[in-house]
Design a protein around this ligand. Structure first.
Ligand code: ADP
Length: 333
């Protein structure tokens, strides 16, 4: 019935990375390493992550008519994403200018470029993609009004997954469509307000700040989403719905680079929900995918195939907390 397991609506950026001994201060010039250019952006990352797992995936995004746009289209095609929904032109491709010092600290300037020109009209014009997709996922690196139009364009029984990154307050219409809303700790805190009270008690009384992610999940759920997933880095994740709050076990790995872990997690979870998994099952699978992604450098380069996630001896296999030895990756990794 559906042509696509997942339609990702979101950003596509070129990440321009230069290593520096010291990040420059105001008015200062420093020399750096050779430039490295990587395809990125949360939308493009999610689409690549899903396709690499085997999901039939389409991306609705906008890039510029330039070399960075072609790089992004090539990387989508190489991963097996159908780029039919990638619109070209209107502004230069979005770019992230990243300087990284030897300690790993970075400074980043983002030019949203064409991502900022992905309009509600573009979403309406892609109605056939929405009708053809079992699950639709979005993030917030495109205009919020475009995300609102995504929610309004959901077809029939297709399911909507949102990672509100970078986080900002969301209209009730968007919150109500999320099934689930997927947040990390930082995003949870922004959505709940500076002191975590905005989602507080229904009688208007203010809750005190809580350190427990279970409490954030409950407070977020009270804001209207049908379900909530809180990702907790090396601690795994937890899921919350009207059935209650459940911890998803963490997966022990030797983390090398956590860039893109959340994108891989979200893509995997969205795809598995579409295949009929329960939210808890899908989050457990997504934890293994996120864990696999942190064992390799980069974002899109680090995303595993389904075979790599399933491989016997893979570090993406859950291990008990007290398992001895250094985890290793299995399969062809
Ligand atoms: P984000 O990248 O959005 O900040 P997280 O850091 O919470 O998101 O990572 C998303 C998911 O990736 C986690 O829920 C977890 O499943 C997995 N993950 C991330 N970091 C690690 C790690 N160090 N070890 C194992 N799994 C990890």
């Amino acid at each position: 019935m559906y042509d696509y397991d997942l339609l990702v609506v979101g950003s596509a950026n070129a990440d321009l990375v230069i290593g520096v001994e010291r990040r420059p201060g105001a008015g200062e010039t420093v020399l750096g390493s050779d430039l490295a250019v990587h395809p990125g952006g949360k939308g493009a990352n999610q689409a690549v992550a899903a396709a690499r797992l085997g999901a039939r995936t389409a991306l609705l995004a906008r890039v510029g008519d330039d070399a960075h746009g072609r790089l992004l289209l090539d990387s989508q095609r190489a991963a097996g994403v159908d780029p039919v929904g990638v619109l070209v032109g209107g502004a230069p491709t979005g770019v992230a200018l990243i300087t990284v010092d030897p300690s790993g600290d970075n400074s980043i300037v983002v030019s949203p470029g064409a991502n900022g020109r992905l309009t509600p009209a573009d979403v309406r014009a892609a109605a056939s993609l929405f009708h053809a997709s079992r699950v639709v996922s979005a993030q917030l690196e495109i205009p919020l009004e475009t995300v609102v139009e995504v929610v309004r364009s959901l077809a029939g029984d297709s399911r909507f997954v949102l990672n509100p990154s970078p986080p900002r307050p969301l209209p009730p219409e968007v919150l109500a469509a999320c099934d689930p809303l997927i947040v990390n700790e930082h995003e949870a805190k922004v959505l709940l307000g500076e002191d975590g009270v905005e989602g507080g008690a229904e009688d208007g009384a203010q809750d005190s700040v809580s350190d427990a992610p279970e409490d954030w999940a409950r407070l977020l759920l009270a804001k209207g989403p049908r379900s909530v997933v809180v990702t907790l880095g090396a601690e795994g994740a937890l899921v919350a719905s009207s059935d209650g709050v459940t911890r998803v076990p963490s997966v022990k790995v030797a983390a090398v680079d956590t860039t893109g872990a959340g994108d891989a997690f979200t893509a995997a979870l969205a795809w598995r929900l579409g295949t009929g998994s329960s939210l808890t099952e899908a989050a457990a699978y997504a934890s293994r995918v996120g864990a696999a992604a942190v064992t390799r450098q980069g974002a899109q380069d680090s995303f595993p195939t389904a075979a790599e996630v399933e491989a016997p001896g893979s570090t993406a296999d859950p291990e008990p907390d007290d398992a001895p030895g250094t985890p290793r990756r299995g399969g062809s990794l």
